[in-house]
Design a protein around this ligand. Structure first.
Ligand code: FAD
Length: 316
């Protein structure tokens, strides 16, 4: 079986759920080999073994964390030269996509970004993506070089497959050309206690219909253990930070359940959420375009519907 590299997405050894999803996908394609960059590999091992990593390649060169993405792409190029993988899977976040693009240039390989599904299909995997603001779903294959694919969160349900991976330290050489943008200070964003928007299984989003009061949206989200999102109208009004905007110029999400409260369903908002598995809308206008898209719709005032729903969920 061929090796499939998975770039581990983690914070100080705490592995994100997206990595479990990538390892699950990698097992469909071959032998998953995890590439861990930075400190904390021992803390990450149980999670990597739980989802079937057969080997963990640890890159601890401090320069990998001191500079922006270019050194990571160089390091992955060197790992790929040694391991000769048939595919490289990377999380579809801003950093992951930049690493993937730089790596594709270095390896002279094809690149597919934002896959929502990846399946084995002969020598190169077949991927599914949603394109042109979500108007088309396409299946694609890489025909040149190593298949480099960035995969969106929630593209697969993590399936456990216990292994005891060995850790191999791997020395990489970083060129001066890659050390152009140095990180001088990094502060973690203030913790909300809620899941990260792009990884959350459930998202409750608020729009202009909240009138600026996100308390009922947040309370309902908390009752479900969900993340909070917002439409651009809410963000532009200064009611919620831009980091939580869903849509064409915000985040693209694909949770199991997306609840849109007081959001009309403009095409630019849909572009960021229409691949959600189940969509529920609460809107006082029964002709709001969002209702064309939903699995369940509630016509009503969100300030009444959300507190009632929160109370019901909290009782259970
Ligand atoms: P509105 O369209 O004003 O809708 C508010 C809805 O709330 C209405 O349907 C109304 O019936 C309902 N409502 C009002 N009061 C209540 C109540 N009490 N209870 C229940 N329902 C109520 N938008 C995004 O969201 N994300 C993007 O990334 C994005 N990118 C864009 C990029 C470009 C280039 C452009 C041009 C636009 C972009 N937009 C984006 C803006 C988009 O076109 C819409 O303007 C925006 O999505 C509207 O937000 P909204 O649905 O909250 O507000």
């Amino acid at each position: 079986m061929s090796n499939v590299l998975v770039l581990v997405d983690h914070t100080a050894g705490v592995v994100r759920k997206t990595t479990a999803e990538l390892l699950t996908i990698a097992r469909r394609l071959g032998e998953p080999v995890a590439v861990f960059i930075g400190d904390g590999v021992q803390d990450a091992l149980p999670a990597l073994g739980q989802y079937g990593a057969t080997k963990v390649i640890a890159l601890t060169n401090p320069e990998l964390s001191q500079y922006l993405v270019a050194p990571k792409a160089e390091a992955l190029q060197q790992v790929a030269a040694k391991i000769e993988p048939s595919a490289i899977l990377i999380s579809s976040n801003a950093e992951g996509k930049e690493i993937a693009a730089r790596l594709a240039v270095k390896l002279e390989s094809g690149l597919i970004t934002d896959a929502v599904d990846v399946q084995a299909d002969g020598s190169s995997p077949v991927t599914t993506q949603s394109v042109f603001a979500g108007n088309f779903t396409v299946k694609s294959k890489i025909t040149k070089g190593i298949a480099i694919i960035t995969v969106k969160p929630n593209a697969a349900t993590p399936e456990a497959a216990e292994t005891s991976p060995e850790v191999e330290e791997f020395d990489v050489t970083i060129s001066d050309a890659a050390k152009t943008a140095r990180i001088t200070d990094s502060k973690p964003r203030a913790a909300t206690g809620r899941p990260e928007l792009t990884e959350a299984a459930i998202i409750v989003s608020g729009g202009r219909g909240t009138g600026g009061d996100f308390a009922p949206v947040e309370a309902f989200a908390d009752s479900l253990g969900a993340a909070v999102g917002a439409s651009r109208a809410a963000v532009d009004s200064g009611w919620y930070p831009h980091a939580y905007q869903v849509g064409q110029t915000g985040k693209t999400v694909s949770p199991q359940l997306y609840v849109a409260a007081g959001i009309s369903g403009a095409i630019q908002h849909r572009a960021g959420m229409q691949t959600s598995k189940t969509i529920v809308a609460i809107n006082k206008d029964n002709e709001a375009p969002i209702f064309e898209l939903v699995d369940f719709g509630v016509v009503g005032d969100l300030h009444k519907v959300l507190p009632a729903a929160t109370e019901e969920v909290t009782k259970r």
